[in-house]
Design a binder for this molecule. Structure first.
Ligand SMILES: N[C@@H](CCC[C@H](N)C(=O)O)C(=O)O
Length: 257
């Protein structure tokens, strides 16, 4: 089976062209391919499939092999893949697990339209937003000193989030210009270098609670992103764009599973 490897600010993905609809691997096999010792190594695996009325369908699996909710960086990488395959050029409309998305394509960046966010919830001193995936946002004065793995896992598996299948957890420091965000990702069960739906949640919460205005620059361990949006916490957020680089790293052939 032929595969491609893409990354967007260090959030990395195995990508498969499944327009013929022949992909049949199960959870254990997907987890194996994403394993960084025994497989290709990635935060997730994505399929690009045909979808009537759209340029393509995005199917996203976390690195543990479970089907994930929306992945913002994955969406940006799959748009780049569709452009590399010449399925789309400057603009695309595609369908993902959380509904329709469109994106603008430039050589150095993909601007991905994210779903509207109706509200921000305050939860025990933290904040929660659903940006296609569930995200807790915790402000901190020094994000580099946070134990993202340990504290993130404790929140992800806490009783508060258990009924809804857990949550992703973002630690957010306000910088002179923008935010520095580190994310514990559900389904990877570790910190990733960047999380698109996570930085989107962080930006909207920063607007709602700290008054930062659009566009908001985001620093992650894997590089820089930008979030544009309209609206506010009272009336909800719309026209939200996740903007940043997405590139093909290499391609190859899967020879054993
Ligand atoms: N890396 C992603 C988020 C992926 C979804 C998440 N792990 C989940 O299933 O909750 C992003 O860039 O948004």
């Amino acid at each position: 089976m032929k595969f491609y490897k893409y990354q967007g600010t260090g959030n990395d993905f195995v990508v498969i062209d499944d327009r013929e609809g022949t992909f049949q691997l199960g959870q254990a096999e997907i987890a194996h391919l994403c394993h960084r010792r025994f497989g290709i190594g990635a935060d997730g695996l994505m399929l690009l499939q045909n979808a009537e009325g759209y340029d393509f369908r995005m199917v996203y699996y976390n690195s543990d092999g479970t089907e994930g909710s929306m992945c913002g960086n994955g969406g940006r990488c799959l748009v780049r893949f569709a452009a590399d395959l010449n399925i789309v050029q400057n603009f695309t409309t595609f369908i993902a697990i959380d509904g329709e998305h469109h994106a603008h394509i430039a050589p150095d960046k993909i601007s991905l339209h994210m779903k509207n966010v109706a509200k921000i919830d305050a939860i025990e001193g933290d904040y929660f937003a659903q940006t296609g995936s569930p995200h807790l946002v915790r402000f901190t004065s020094s994000v580099k000193d946070e134990n993202v793995q340990q504290v993130g896992a404790a929140i992800r598996y806490s009783d508060t989030f258990k009924p809804q299948g857990g949550t992703n957890v973002n630690f957010v420091e306000i910088l002179e210009k923008g935010l520095f965000v580190r994310t514990y990702e559900r389904g990877v069960e570790d910190e990733t270098y960047s999380c698109g739906t996570g930085v989107t949640a962080a930006a909207l919460v920063a607007n709602s609670v700290k008054g930062l205005s659009s566009p908001i620059s985001i620093q992650t361990l894997g590089g820089n992103l930008s979030i544009e949006f309209k609206g506010d916490a009272q009336n909800g957020y719309h026209d939200i764009f996740l903007i940043g680089p997405a590139v093909c790293v290499f391609k190859g052939e899967i020879t054993s599973l």
